[in-house]
Design a binder for this molecule. Structure first.
Ligand code: HEC
Ligand code: HEC
Length: 504
């Protein structure tokens, strides 16, 4: 990294993002999960779940063994604790030979269908099936801590989306039917991301080979847990199309092959299709990731925004440049991406932190450039202003500037680039004043370079910087993510590129 790539740390002020480096207690994690997902994990009793059938169970083999441990495991019970239009909570209690009311492996997945937020809870041992809510903490029931749960690496198998739909659970019907069972549009393009500091580094990727049958209905996933040969693309897809499976009766109408739906016996073509997905997935640790029609690997977690409460303000300008975008990323992930892209000649084009439930998240857009830049994160207005005045005579101009608010205090994150152009700034104006200034400056040949709405005391305030220019622009104010995203896609095709994007 050259020395023009200067990162200036906070001047001792509380940067909320630092908390993202820490572990959560079980109760803290449960609180974040409930806030992001909108339904809670209550007390529940494993014995209230439906027994997962082990039909034609002879000599350790049955029609639909579980695919986690590759065994039939009678008297295991599954339950759908809640399933609304927005969210679900499912619990699985694996018996593993334990006595009445006891289980060997109890696991819960809590997921929001709209924003993709997902949480994992786990306990292992000889467990009382009368389970207490994680929100009550690990003193009342032996849930693993979030750090211990994360260490198991759920995403290494749960990489197609939150749920793994194997025939073991998709055979269930009625109120405890597995969400997504038999659904050919499930795990396809739905959002998926991980709540909580301990899970923040997990990533899932989709693996694509043009024309491959296995990506016709759902994605084929893999993850950034490179030490494991697990998950849909590397392992489950191979097993789902194999001539036989461990602990499973020979393929037949009573014990059909896992993939594809409706197929009962082995298909060489399906096995070949699964094998070429695996061959591509094995390249998941390459940098940059494979990106051709014969093998493409794309991160899909964290791309769809977890901005439940977020509103977006955006400005587009004409252009055809390539750009890379991330929405709602944690600071650690954003920084990793920044450093990776810097070396490849990408510079920040827009960046904005915003705060959801006290945690700072980042939306960022990069474009190709090799200019130097200076950045500061989370400074007070006075410190930021002093830096500004110091850099101005040295020929640095603001490229990005965004205030964000924690506990009604405004902090500034800013990026400067070498330039000697003029600029006009306003800080913390109301929408009406900002709009009047905008309309005044437009005919004089000033165009918005930076625009930041933020909320203090329930009122939206605008900080804006103009530069001399006479280019056209299209703006939207305060849209929700879905509408903003639709507009983005629409304008992209028409040759408009994002100039400014703010979430608050
Ligand atoms: C080694 C692979 C693997 C890992 C790691 C893994 N799972 Fe799973 N999980 C599976 C498979 C496969 C299924 C499908 C049920 C079956 O056939 O056993 C499953 C099913 C589940 C289910 C039932 C709902 C569903 O998705 O079908 C829950 C709940 C669950 N896992 C929770 C977890 C949690 C929590 C973790 C991390 C602590 C975890 N799993 C880690 C493979 C894995
Ligand atoms: C016609 C649509 C369709 C096609 C094509 C298809 N699948 Fe599936 N797949 C499903 C459905 C539906 C499920 C859920 C299981 C069920 O309900 O039986 C599933 C589940 C899976 C799972 C479990 C992970 C998850 O998303 O729940 C794997 C792994 C999988 N399929 C692999 C494959 C492979 C490998 C191929 C290519 C040979 C393939 N699929 C082709 C529809 C399809």
């Amino acid at each position: 990294m050259n020395d023009e790539h200067r990162l200036i740390p906070s001047d001792g002020l509380p940067i909320a993002q630092l908390s993202s480096a820490l572990s959560d207690t079980l109760q803290e994690y449960a609180a974040k999960c409930d806030a992001a997902i909108g339904v809670t994990v209550p007390d529940f009793n494993c014995d209230s779940g439906v027994v997962v059938p082990t039909t034609n169970y002879v000599n350790g083999k049955c029609d639909r063994p579980n695919r986690l441990n590759r065994e039939c495991d009678p008297n295991s019970r599954f339950q759908v604790i809640s399933n609304t239009a927005d969210a679900y909570v499912v619990a699985h209690c694996r018996k593993q030979g334990r006595g009445a009311g006891l289980y060997g492996d109890i696991a819960v997945i809590q997921h929001n269908k709209k924003n993709g937020a997902t949480c994992f809870y786990q306990a292992l041992g000889t467990l009382n099936g009368n389970v207490k809510a994680p929100s009550k903490g690990s003193a009342v029931w032996p849930w693993y801590s979030p750090a211990s749960t994360a260490a198991i690496g759920c995403v290494r198998c749960h990489d197609n989306g939150p749920l793994v739909r194997s025939p073991y659970l998709t055979q269930l019907t009625g109120p405890n039917a597995l969400p997504g069972a038999g659904d050919v549009s499930f795990n396809r393009d739905q959002p998926y991301y991980f709540v909580g500091a301990d899970f923040a580094s997990w990533k899932a990727y989709k693996v694509e080979v043009a024309g491959n049958l296995c990506i016709g209905c759902h994605r084929m996933g893999t993850s950034n847990l490179f030490n494991f040969d697990d998950g849909a693309a590397l392992d489950l897809g191979i097993r789902a199309t194999a001539t036989s499976e461990i602990a499973k009766n020979p393929h037949s109408a009573a014990s059909p092959i896992w993939m594809t739906p409706g197929q009962i016996t082995y298909s060489q073509a399906n096995a070949d299709a699964a094998a070429s997905i695996r061959a591509c997935a094995l390249r998941r640790n390459e940098s940059p990731l494979p990106n051709s029609s014969t093998c493409r690997i794309t991160q899909y977690t964290g791309v769809a925004a977890p901005n439940v409460p977020g509103r977006f303000t955006a400005v587009w300008e004409p252009g055809t440049q390539a750009e890379i975008q991330v929405y709602g990323w944690a600071y650690a992930d954003y920084r990793e991406k920044y450093d990776q892209l810097w070396g490849q000649g990408w510079r920040l084009h827009t960046l904005q932190p915003y705060v959801v439930n006290g945690v700072v998240r980042y939306n960022a857009v990069w474009r190709q450039s090799t200019e130097g830049e200076i950045q500061v994160y989370g400074w007070s207005y006075e410190s930021f202003r002093a830096k500004y005045d110091e850099l101005w005579p040295q020929g640095w101009r603001l490229r990005l500037l965004q205030p964000y608010v924690v506990n009604d205090q405004v902090f500034y994150t800013a990026v400067w680039r070498p330039s000697t152009a003029g600029e006009i700034q306003v800080y913390g104006w109301s929408y009406e004043s900002f709009r009047a200034k905008y309309d005044e400056l437009w005919p004089q040949g000033w165009r918005l370079k930076i625009l930041e709405p933020y909320v203090v005391g329930g009122v939206v305030r605008y900080t804006a910087v103009w530069k001399p220019s006479s280019a056209g622009e299209i703006q939207v104010y305060g849209w929700n993510y879905a509408n903003y995203r639709a507009k983005y896609d629409d304008l992209w095709d028409q040759g408009w590129r994002l100039k400014i994007l703010r979430a608050y």
